[in-house]
Design a protein around this ligand. Structure first.
Ligand code: NAD
Length: 545
């Protein structure tokens, strides 16, 4: 059989980032593929290449410059890029994803060098299939798509949002080993309402206000249907859509195609894992917990829905499970008498007197956990924390809003406000805190614990759906990987250094569910764990000659 590599020679081979090994091409390969003289003479091992490149990355004056350097490495040599990223994941994840990726999106026009991924625009209506046909790979298994409306906490960045699907797919490969050539980042450019951006000379997207209403819906429907036709085994992950569209698209497609929304479901899974771990510390099982959310958006409602799924799997009714979840949004406690509730909040509106403040809600409901997903900083006040500490020996405080500046409270505030008794985790990382002689290590509820493993499991099984049961199972699996040592330090998530092990374990559970539930579209392997391991991409150079 002819491999693609054998079709390329000389400069064409060096200019193909998927095939290029740079100075690691051996003497025999240089002769066989017409590379002699096109490279410096010394043949280097991959390890020697890394030793040359890593100081270069570290010497860059800012995370954004590091980001640009890593992108250019990816543009030259994909294998070396992933070796570097996987060997230094904890160091480079904040460069390739949050927080630096946010800045990269804001400055996309300035740092753009070479196009990556697919752009589908409002002008492509009626010919989306034609655009998808231009993508050079056929066996795409993982797509991350955004319309750029709500990029991280930065709002509408239009076509500049492309940094997000690219970054997210980098983590699918680096954290779980989803093969890079099976990943496809897509931006749907329907315009932007960010006028400053739209009018800036560096902006490369459509210079028009956002498409809305039936025309937007028609474009998205055409897109999803075209993806099914062109890449029938692909999982379609929606990312950083505006609140309304995110819920609508998930509702529309989740039980018809292989899709999920990480902002809603991935967040939910990582938060649920945190609650499972926290219950190992507090001794209160999830079924006995009352949860109070600050914020009833994608993250909050997503977590609530998954908690309900987890409780129902233990035999509780949906109605009873929902009574464990309470929400405070910007207008106060979410209760039935309110007339201003968006559709997605109504299922959690309880028959209860209205309440204006979080403190009032904490004092009346006495929740075991407060979960901050409001994007509003300093809302877990000393009074709120003190009220939590009065009621519970080990109050659970999850300040999940990103970035750090948006966290509902800091780690220091959480421990100080609860006499050091809080079980605390946050969305953005906080350094360990020493309070009254004891050092506490805050956990980081990073979605990267969940989505790469789910993606790998779905890929291996070619699952036709991504179910809530899979996210609940991923949460349980993640929680089980938290060690007693982690818990003793107050940490409710495993170290990020174990991310490949975590992703593999989650992928095995997800793939097993896909086979058990009849969702898989490939034959069940004798050994699912071995099949998952075998599917995990490793960035080794393949010998060619
Ligand atoms: P969203 O816009 O969908 O929802 C925000 C919600 O907060 C809305 O219901 C709004 O009414 C409410 N809100 C705003 N200000 C409030 C206030 N002062 N008091 C009470 N409620 C208030 O946003 P989202 O996607 O749900 O994200 C919310 C936050 O969660 C963001 O900061 C995001 O970064 C963070 N998040 C963290 C993770 C993670 O840690 N893994 C994952 C996803 C989202």
């Amino acid at each position: 059989m002819t491999t693609p590599l054998q079709l390329k020679r000389g400069a064409d081979l060096l200019n193909d980032p998927a095939l290029n090994k740079g100075t690691a091409f051996t003497d025999a390969e240089r002769d066989a593929f017409g590379l002699r003289g096109l490279l410096p003479p010394r043949v280097m091992s991959q390890a020697e290449q890394l030793a040359r490149i890593l100081p270069g990355v570290r010497s860059k004056p800012s995370p954004l410059e590091q980001y640009a350097y890593l992108v250019s490495l990816h543009d030259r040599n994909v294998t070396l890029f992933y070796r570097l990223v996987m060997d230094h994941l904890e160091e480079l994840m904040p460069v390739l994803y949050t927080p630096t990726v946010g800045q990269a999106c804001e400055e996309f026009g300035r740092i753009f060098r070479r196009s990556r991924g697919l752009y589908i625009t409002a002008a492509d209506r009626g010919r989306v299939a034609e655009v998808l046909a231009n993508w050079p790979q056929d066996d795409i298994r993982m797509i991350v798509v955004t319309d750029g409306e709500r990029i991280l906490g930065l709002g509408d960045l239009g076509a500049n949002g492309m940094g997000i699907p690219i970054g997210k797919l980098t983590l699918y490969t680096a954290c779980a080993g989803v093969a890079p050539n099976q990943c496809l980042p897509i931006t749907i450019d329907v315009g932007t309402n960010n006028t400053a951006l739209r009018e800036s000379h560096a902006y490369m997207g459509l210079r028009q206000p956002r498409l809305r209403g039936p025309e937007y819906d028609a474009l998205l429907t055409e897109f999803v249907e075209a993806v099914q036709a062109r890449f029938p085994l692909a999982c379609l992950q929606f990312e950083d859509f505006g609140n309304h569209n995110a819920f609508t698209l998930l509702e529309q497609w989740h039980d018809r195609i292989c899709t999920f929304n990480d902002d809603i479901q991935g967040t939910a899974s990582v938060a649920l894992a945190g609650l499972f771990s926290a219950s190992r510390i507090s001794g209160v099982p999830l079924r006995d917990m009352r949860l109070l959310f600050l914020g009833a958006g994608e993250a909050g409602i997503g977590i609530g829905d998954l908690v309900v799924e987890a409780l129902c799997s233990e035999g509780m009714s949906v109605e009873e499970a929902r009574r464990h979840c309470w929400f405070v949004d910007s207008q106060g406690l979410v209760v039935q008498s309110r007339t201003d509730l968006a559709e997605h909040k109504k299922r959690f509106a309880h028959d209860h007197a209205p309440g204006r403040s979080l403190l009032e809600a904490v004092e009346t409901l006495k929740p075991h956990a407060i979960i901050g997903v409001s994007g509003t900083p300093s809302t877990f006040t000393p009074e709120v924390l003190a009220a939590m500490a009065r009621e519970h020996a080990r109050p659970i405080v999850l300040a999940l809003s990103n970035p750090t500046s948006k966290a509902e409270c800091t780690a220091q505030q959480a421990y100080a406000g609860t006499e050091g008794r809080a079980i605390f985790a946050s969305g953005s990382p906080f350094a360990p805190v020493t309070y009254r002689g004891k050092t506490h290590v805050p956990g980081q509820g990073n979605n990267a614990y969940i989505f790469p493993g789910v993606g790998l499991g779905v890929t291996v099984s070619a699952s036709s759906r991504v179910t809530e049961e899979m996210f609940a199972s991923a949460a349980r699996t993640l929680a089980l990987l938290v060690t007693e040592d982690d818990l003793a330090m107050g940490r409710i998530y495993p170290s990020l250094s174990r991310i490949r092990e975590v992703s593999r374990a989650i992928a095995i559970e997800v793939a097993t569910l896909a086979f058990d539930r009849g969702l898989a579209r490939v034959e069940r392997p004798d050994d699912i764990a071995a099949a998952v391991t075998a599917a995990m991409y490793e960035p080794h150079y393949v010998s060619l000659a």
